[in-house]
Design a protein around this ligand. Sequence first.
Ligand code: B3K
Ligand code: ZN
Length: 889
Amino acid sequence: SPTIYRHDYQAPAFWIDTVDLTFDLDPAKTRVLNKMTLRRNPDVPAQPLRLDGEELNLARVLVNGQGTSFKLEGDQLVLENLPEGADPIALEIFTTCNPSKNTELMGLYTSEGGFFTQCEAQGFRRITYFLDRPDVMATYKVTLRAEKKAYPVLLSNGNLLEQGDLEDGRHFAVWHDPFRKPSYLFALVAAPLVAREQRIVSRGGKEHLLQVFVRPGDLDKTEHAMQALLQSIAWDEARFGLALDLERFMIVATSDFNAGAMENKGLNIFNTKYVLAKPSTATDDDYDGITSVIGHEYFHNWTGNRITCRDWFQLSLKEGLTVFRDQEFSEDLAGSPSARAVCRIGNVRGLRAVQFSEDSGPMAHPVRPDQYQEIANFYTATVYEKGAEVVRMYQTLVGRDGFRKGMDLYFQRHDGQAVTCDDFAQAMADANPDSALAAQLEVFKRWYSQAGTPVLHASGSYDAAAQTYTLTLRQSCPATPGQPAKQPFLIPVRMGLIGRDGQALPLQLQGDTGTPLLERVLVLHDTEASFTFADIPEAPVPSLLRQFSAPVWLELQGEDEAAQLHRLAHDSDAFNRWEAAQRLMMAQAVSAVQASEMPAQVLNASTLDALRAVLRNPALDAAFKQLVLTLPDELEIAEELDSVDPQRIKMVSEALCQQVAHALAEDWLSLYEAHENTGAYVPEPVSAGRRALANLALENLCRIARDSGDVVWPGKAYQRFKDASNMTDRMGALRALLEGQSVLAQPALERFHALFQDEALVLDKWFRLQATRNDLDGKVLGQVRALLQHKDFHLSNPNRVRSLITAFCHANPGAFHRADAAGYVFWADQVLALDGINAQIAARLARAMDHWKRLAEPYRSAAGEAIRRVAAKPDLSADVREVVSRALQ
Ligand code: B3K
Ligand code: ZN
């Protein structure tokens, strides 16, 4: 496929002002009448109209009511003889398509007896011929006609104008969306659904109808989603002054969906995973996921829909900003400082696990990419999560109030427009003219243009005679594809200094006269800078990059273990306390991997003592303790190494887990007893933290039992599994049995399946548990292969594929990277099989091999062979082609 470049952007030759669509919905042959009014863009030289269209059957084209000549060139419909001049042109196009054969789930498709759409980024062209690009914005009127009994609910964007019955048992509905929108925000639904409804009056006194549509049997799982929607609406008004602008706001859940959800104007379509929850089927993590995704899609109504992207290279304009907004929403809901820190730690773990890894591999790209072959491949952790970190840095640099001012100016300038990342940066800077951001805007904007994770090298020196402490910060950034050398980034470093007694030292920069602060943000915008603090009475321990104030690797030069332990014990920043524990464990895990002989113990005694002290500290809450005691996993360890031997890492990781289980045995016991009973289930942070810690303790107790042959703890775990009143505890107990390699694990898995065979989302968990289980005997791949044949496994359902195949290849490295190469053969087979069904899902799976060049032998050669086998398929999708050819470059 051709490569598309950001620098080639040109405004469209035509604008489309209104779209009037009529659908006669039929699974095998849906008829679409598209009546548009267009006009020439006077700013662009006259040229033919080229409309995008894929998988369509064209029946008729009329221009101002008359037949016209046209050409079909590849996937474009070309009209060369449109009237000259500025007058509006009426264009009418009649096509048909086949939703029931649409396994890509892009455009109009059927799922469980209903019709659904997904148009972002380029799905609308699979519904009708159109200028399918985000800078072409029109108002839409939509008429839906379908059989009434099979499709009682007919929905599209905006307001319902009219509905009624037709002949032959069919009915119709007419919708009108008053807001101009790009085609990627179009949606329709026709399905046998029911709705939970709520009417609200917003602060401005306007009435709104909120609806959550699901299959009839799922209505008892919609309460949390509705709650999250109400909280989202209130939060956006309170924090950003952004009100709901629609009379009606609809959420629809479908179980066949490529992504998590989609922010179509007024008609958000969701993966059921991010809507449906009740205590017996959803875990605490599921509840949190629903809150953040409902928030995310709702927040898009302003950041994405009211102001959209000029072109797809600007995707992070809406995604980075909206992820940042949903993260802030979740933190504000969490409430206490400690619960906020737990949220932040969770987000940073995700960022480092996925985005940092992406940034060091063949798919590395800037937050605002410069080129792509298939845009669907660029809905990435870089665009989303790193993009959110870039937005967070604005807030760190200009403060919360300054950030709000920047947002206000952004809306004042650009409401109703399709704009660029530069426009956002300019609004932030202009609203904060005295900030470090405004002073260094061009440097700051390198976060959008340069890929790769910068390394921040920090070293400190204490001058006892002068009573000063000098901190030197230096940055570098590794080369990434197409970007061999980088210019310095602007890095905000939130920091403090900790005294010997654990107290924060007042910070007074030399020559500075303001009141000393206990924490400040240093700004590095050159390759290197030094900061000298005055009146420092003793050599301090620095605490840098608090709250993870920039998406960088931090290297603390010349720092000893004592300093890490000091931070772990005393840092006032909860993030850095957690980080200190992670660094201590990681450093020792890495040396165990690199040692010529596997050491008897991975962690030293002082680290274990420090971990024990965390568990015994009554001032820390359960959620935080659980996070500190979550050990670096195999993927995180691999990310630290230049040459990766997955089996060696697996051995070390296993030894680390067993050591921590045994060394803290007494604590696991008392923690389990103190936290096992969390009372009636409420999905909120305090009791969720208790559940998480109880489950971690139980897992460790079952690990101990594995070595000692004890049957009491597996028995208790099995009992807890059977009696659990909520899914968090049930899954926790089941995982403990699996980690403990208990003979009860298999009966528990069978019972789990029997209990939940009618709950698709729970079956996904069942598949995932088996795909990601600890592979001590090399049998997991065989089990995964067997599960492909299970009656509940369907290659056409993305959630199921992700739960079994993608989870195995991406999240179970010890089972996937086999010396006999069988994991890679499996990977290639599945990528090829999926590519004919759903290219987006296939491409995501393909990325499991991103880091093959860092593998040690024999893995590397075998992986290369598997990738070349995939690449050799001549009719590979553009999606998979782009991923494998980058991997091979
Ligand atoms: N904007 C959608 C993305 C849909 C993915 C298209 N391949 C979901 C979201 O970010 O809210
Ligand atoms: Zn989004």
